[in-house]
Design a protein around this ligand. Sequence first.
Ligand code: NAP
Ligand code: FE
Length: 366
Amino acid sequence: MKLSFFLPTKILMDDNCIKANAALLASFGKKALIVTGARSAKANGSQSDLEAALTANGQSWTMFDKVMSNPTIDCVYEGAALAKAEGADFVVAIGGGSPMDAAKAISLLACEDISRENLFAGGYKTRLPLVCIPTTAGTGSEVTQYSILMNDKAQTKTSLSSPVLFPDLALLDSRYMAGLSQTTMINTVIDAFSHSAEGYLSNRANAISDALALEAMGIIGSGFAALSSGTITEALRANLLYASTLGGMVIAHTGTTAVHSMGYSLTYFHNIDHGRANGLLLAEFLKLVEQVRPDRVAPIVMACGLGSVTELASVLDGLLGEKEPITPEEVIKFSGIAIKASNIANCVVIPTEADLQRIYRTSFGL
Ligand code: NAP
Ligand code: FE
């Protein structure tokens, strides 16, 4: 058996996780830059828990609460300038994938002078210490080496990817997700499901990533009915957060596939939430792969307690509701953009541009 697995991030999960592990925060320096979005961290208690822990440690902080969904290049340069101006020793991200991804780039740009032209070129060497506190059960960014930013030059979303970007510490407390809207909960959990399914279909998958993916899909599948009816218990919420972290560990090893590359155009041009964008495309992608590798698709369907890809498609359709319209011209344009993404080749069945066009068309009923 050939195996390779690397995860430098320390993961701690518990109710009151920040308070219980305040001593770990003390080791990162005197002053934090807190990177978050405009509202949710203030409303769900995570920001005040972090501030209380920093205060108890005698640490100070500066807020950067300007991270929008799908963060931009301007946003991360602004955050890095603030980190430098304020002399931040470390960065703490609170929120969904958007603040966590922004914080990764900020922690890097606060240490290295990288021009905007070279931002995605790789070769990164160092960053400020980085702590991630996820408050959605979706991206798994707290355990990945990716920072995904809107890239106007390429008219898509592009990843900074480097082992340097794995966070040092992930603190998981599912209580912060209690106020998530049903729509955001569904969209983000579908992202976690998509990571696990895409990772399972990756030609870089191995026994460890498969085990993590199946565990994550089992948990998420068991939650489909509650997600649909909006009856999510505290225990399920915690399980979904755990599953999304597993999904992050999966893609840290396998990368994502065409589903993510194709979804980026839906987000870039139609402002469709990231997880929803993947969910709109996933079933048709599974059908394509199933034609050649039914042995890899069947365990995905079984893991979530269903009998066929068609059944999974109707569960996803039910969760996602009415689809946004896209045009035949956009199908051509989006496929032309997606086919250039490196993760297209990350699958046991590598799709052609014509396959991508077919997936867009069938997914959107064109
Ligand atoms: P998000 O853009 O981080 O957050 C979506 C919305 O949810 C925001 O309005 C946010 O409000 C709100 N929110 C977050 N936590 C909340 C809570 N506990 N209660 C109530 N509202 C809450 O969404 P996301 O799906 O988690 O992240 C998407 C981003 O992650 C995309 O840019 C995607 O490309 C990226 N991503 C990264 C990876 C990776 O490995 N790095 C993997 C997959 C996706 P506030 O703005 O007020 O906080
Ligand atoms: Fe994703």
